[in-house]
Design a protein around this ligand. Structure first.
Ligand SMILES: Cc1cc2nc3c(=O)[nH]c(=O)nc-3n(C[C@H](O)[C@H](O)[C@H](O)COP(=O)(O)OP(=O)(O)OC[C@H]3O[C@@H](n4cnc5c(N)ncnc54)[C@H](O)[C@@H]3O)c2cc1C
Length: 418
């Protein structure tokens, strides 16, 4: 570390004072990002943009981003100290993931100097919210099997196809989009990444309502969308090189050194009442079975944080296996789902509240229980994380695949005809 970087402890004190003076207490919409309706959501988005701008004006945005792009040129240890000091305070929660990680992180690694100069300062100032466009109606786990296609046309590309499950696309500004640009080579060799303004002719965005009634997930339909070649990221047909790092940053998610988010805000701890509060409401504090569940939930929380701390330290040292981020992704997903199951079990007969009022009154955990599996799907499934760990961390044999050395246009797709 160069001598002119402020020590982490001095920085921490400065950050503590600034946060206390500028950021109020944490708000419900920081924790549970599903507002009652679209109007409220848009108000929360505007507020997050303003908070991000405040961070920028205060000199605390993009702590680990280079100064030439408006960042602070500091280290992951500074970001961690900032995030620790942020505990209990409001923060621009809608910027954390996926705008900063993976999108801005990937821009930093693979963007041209012009792309970085255009977008990174805008992100740091709260002017651009980004989404990631990987999943397609034909399947999300097989990311390299993308069939959304871009065809070269002079200095432009013409994009056609569809992406799905894109969180927040209806109000966000830009998307990172993986598209097929070559059908004559095996699937991993014919992909290219593009930067895409979301609201333009040729892009139709549909909302998808989920089980809990919110509709942040979107499906986009692309009809002859024109993309200038200057908005291509990385080499033509080398999108999988970008994609590998993209998925690495996606798996790190909130644990990324590029993300500003209070430490301690993850999993069950972030949302709703604590296991102790649920057991108290259900009159089960003295019940040994309930005490065991409370202990298990607490252990999961501690292990999640310690695992993240260890993996973050390994990543920052540059010595860790980058695919180890899949261990965090797997554990976080499983721990969250288990914590929601524990909350449901602890609530007993009060668990089945249906309205928000009932949930408020009884501490009901029904909807969280029904939605728990989301943590094992969003950001790539836990099954795929297991594959990554077994093949790329433990060195076990790769799973059989029929499409590895076959030109992508010859790979059978969809149901068999006839
Ligand atoms: C809350 C949430 C937010 C999301 N946000 C986004 C977003 O912003 N952008 C975006 O692009 N996508 C997003 N997604 C989509 C998500 O990335 C996909 O749902 C996920 O990758 C799985 O893809 P799929 O649903 O098409 O399932 P499929 O790929 O069809 O898989 C079905 C099942 O088979 C399993 N499976 C598939 N292949 C294998 C294999 N090789 N080995 C073992 N098991 C396998 C899967 O684990 C899964 O259980 C989001 C999803 C959720 C739930």
């Amino acid at each position: 570390m160069s001598d002119d970087i402020e020590s982490v402890e001095d920085f921490r004190l400065r950050a503590r004072q600034w946060i206390t003076e500028n950021f109020g207490p944490i708000q419900p919409w920081d924790l549970d990002q599903n507002c009652e309706n679209d109007e409220e959501e848009l108000v929360a988005v505007a507020r997050d943009r303003a908070l991000q701008r405040k961070l920028f004006d205060g000199g605390f945005a993009g702590l680990c981003f280079p100064r030439e792009y408006g960042g602070q040129g500091l280290t992951p240890a500074h970001q961690r100290a900032f995030n620790e000091e942020l505990a209990g305070h409001e923060f621009p929660s809608r910027f954390a993931v996926p705008t900063f990680s993976p999108c801005a992180a990937v821009l930093l690694e693979y963007g041209t100097p012009e792309q970085k100069a255009r977008h990174i300062p805008a992100i740091l100032k709260g002017e651009e919210v980004w989404v990631q466009m990987l999943s397609e109606p034909g399947g999300g786990s097989d990311v390299a099997g993308a069939t959304t296609a871009a065809v070269r046309d002079g200095d432009d590309w013409i994009l056609n196809g569809s992406k799905v499950w894109t969180s927040r696309a209806w109000w966000a500004d830009w998307g990172l989009c993986l598209a097929r640009t070559n059908w004559n080579v095996p699937k991993h060799q014919g992909l290219t990444v593009f930067l895409l303004p979301l609201h333009q002719p040729g892009i139709e965005i549909h909302r998808i309502e989920r089980l809990n009634g919110e509709s942040e997930a979107c499906q986009e339909f692309f009809s002859d969308v024109r993309i200038p070649d200057s908005d291509r990221m990385g080499e033509i047909d080398a999108g999988w090189t970008v994609g590998t790092r993209w998925m690495y940053h996606e798996r790190i998610g909130h644990n990324s050194p590029y993300v500003t988010r209070p430490i301690g805000l993850s999993g069950a701890a972030a949302e709703g009442p604590t296991p102790v509060a649920i057991a108290r409401k259900a009159g089960r504090l003295e019940d040994p079975a309930a005490q065991e569940l409370i202990g298990e939930a607490r252990a999961l929380e501690i292990v999640t944080h310690e695992l993240q701390r260890r993996l973050a330290a390994a990543a920052a040292s540059g010595k860790g296996n980058t695919d180890s981020s899949a261990i965090d992704r797997l554990f976080r997903g499983m721990a969250y789902a288990r914590q929601k199951t524990i909350a449901f079990d602890l609530a007993g007969s009060t668990a089945a509240g249906w309205t928000e009022e009932e949930e408020e009154a009884t501490g009901a955990q029904g909807m969280d229980f029904l939605m728990r599996q989301v943590s094992c799907i969003g950001g790539g499934t836990t099954e795929i994380a297991r594959n990554v760990i077994s093949e790329r961390v433990l060195g076990m044999p790769r799973e059989p695949s029929g499409d590895r050395n076959v030109p992508f246009r010859d790979v059978p797709r969809g149901p068999k005809r006839g």
